[in-house]
Structures are given as C-alpha cells and as structure tokens.
Design a protein around this ligand. Structure first.
Ligand code: NAP
Length: 218
C-alpha cells in the first residue's frame, strides 16, 4: 500500500485524538494534526505527529498551506454544543467548505468528512428547531463536497459516546443508535486504507460486524 500523509482537521477533538494516535501506529501513514492553539501540540508531538496551528476562521490559503505535501484530509472539527449558531455557520459549514476548497487548492484529492447521522433534507425539516441549524450546516457541507471531483468519503456516525471501542459496527443505511468515538476513528482509518469507500456516504453505529469487514463490503 502507498504511504499516506494525513491532515487531521479538528485533531484536538475527541475523535481527532484517537485518529492521530491510530494513524501514527500504522507503518504506512503519518498524521499532521491541525490544531488552533500551540499549547495543544504536546499530545501530538509525543505521538511523533507533526502539528500545524490554524484556526478554521482563517482563510482558505491558511488551510491550504497546512495541507501542503498531504495525501488525504480528514475533517473532524465541530463547533460543539456549547457555542452559538454563529459558530455553527462559521465552523461546521464555512470551516468545512473552506477545508474542501483548500484541498482543491493544495492538490489533495482524498477527503474524508465526519458528518452527522442524518443530513438529508427530511432530517432538516424534522429536526427540533435548536438542532436544525446544525443539520443545515452539515447538509450543505456534505453537498459541497459531493459536488467536487475530490475522492470523498462521507461518514455519518450515530450518537457519539466515550465508551471503549468494540471494533464492531453496522454500516450503510441503519437505524439511529450510538457509537463510541474510538470506533469512529477506526472507521476513518479503514476508509483511508480502502479505496472502495471513495465516492460513498454511509451511516455507522455499533453493531456486530468487524470494522474492516464492514468497510470492505460497503
Ligand atoms: P469535539 O471533541 O468537540 O472536537 C471538535 C474539534 O473541532 C476540537 O478539537 C475543536 O478545537 C475543533 N474546532 C472547533 N472550532 C475550531 C476552529 N475555529 N478552528 C479549528 N478547530 C476548531 O468533537 P468530536 O466529539 O470529536 O466530534 C467530531 C465531529 O463529529 C464533529 O464534526 C461533530 O459535528 C460530529 N458528530 C457529532 C455527534 C455527536 O453525537 N456529538 C454525532 C455525529 C457527528 P479545540 O480542541 O481547540 O476546542
């Protein structure tokens, strides 16, 4: 398999940290952690990963510079539940779109988006009013990615938990349920390793199929 340099956007997040650690444990992958504060670098330097300090509110060029020499980008940033709707627009929507545009500018073809469970138009219409702006942001970020010629994969995880990963999932079009962040990171890793996930969007929740088997039959 070819060697992959992976830019993890949102690396200091809970999925991001699991993912950088997993990538660093692979013989044929290296992570570059995109963080927004230099104080966050220690964790990644201890793993031997590169770091780059860029805030998603900066411009496309700043993100494109962070992606120089990179083979694949994973977007796993999020404004979180404790910020206002302004940040939903600025990070979950515009931050994602700017990262996609930066990938194009830096010539990075492979792009993995950590989306939310259901970003369909129906999900927007049926979401509680407090949640709908987030679903809208994720919907249009996903749509923007689909309309590029990037080699994209869109991962739609169920409700994230901090339980230990089980290594087993159900993937595809699935009933809403939970999934540990550790398992989401494993799914992203498997997606990076298997080109059959290119051009695909799939939901994931905890299940009974080993991640590798689920991803290689997606
Ligand atoms: P998390 O722990 O909240 O991590 C989000 C990361 O985004 C943090 O590292 C944060 O940086 C970073 N970020 C926020 N604003 C930024 C900015 N302006 N510039 C650069 N980075 C910024 O999230 P998670 O639990 O790992 O989840 C990751 C993804 O899953 C999110 O996209 C979320 O929308 C999605 N998701 C969540 C659920 C759920 O049940 N919660 C379900 C499905 C999908 P700091 O560390 O500096 O704060």
């Amino acid at each position: 398999m070819v060697f992959l340099n992976v830019l993890v956007v949102g690396a200091n997040g809970q999925i991001g940290k699991h993912l950088v650690s997993l990538i660093q444990s692979q013989d044929n992958m290296r992570a570059r952690a995109m963080i927004r504060k230099s104080e966050q670098a220690d964790y990644f330097e201890r793993l031997g990963a590169e770091t780059v300090v860029v805030d998603l509110e900066q411009d496309i060029d700043a993100i494109a510079n962070a992606a120089e020499g990179i083979d694949a980008i994973v977007f796993t940033a999020g404004s979180g539940a404790h910020t206002g709707k302004d940040k939903t627009i600025l990070i979950d929507l515009d931050g994602a779109v700017k990262t996609i545009e930066a990938a194009k500018k830096a010539g990075v073809k492979r792009f993995i988006m950590v989306s939310s469970f259901d970003t369909s138009r129906k999900a927007i219409q049926t979401a509680p009013s407090s949640f709908a702006p987030y679903v809208v942001a994720k919907h249009y970020a996903d749509e923007w990615l689909r309309q590029t010629d990037l080699d994209y994969t869109i991962v739609h995880p169920g409700i994230l938990t901090n339980d230990s990963g089980t290594g087993k999932i159900t993937a595809g079009k699935v009933e809403p349920s939970e999934i540990p962040r550790e398992d989401v990171a494993q799914v992203i890793l498997a997606s990076l390793r298997h080109d059959r996930t290119i051009g695909k969007a799939f939901q994931i929740v905890s299940g009974s199929t080993p991640i590798e088997a689920a991803i290689t039959s997606i």
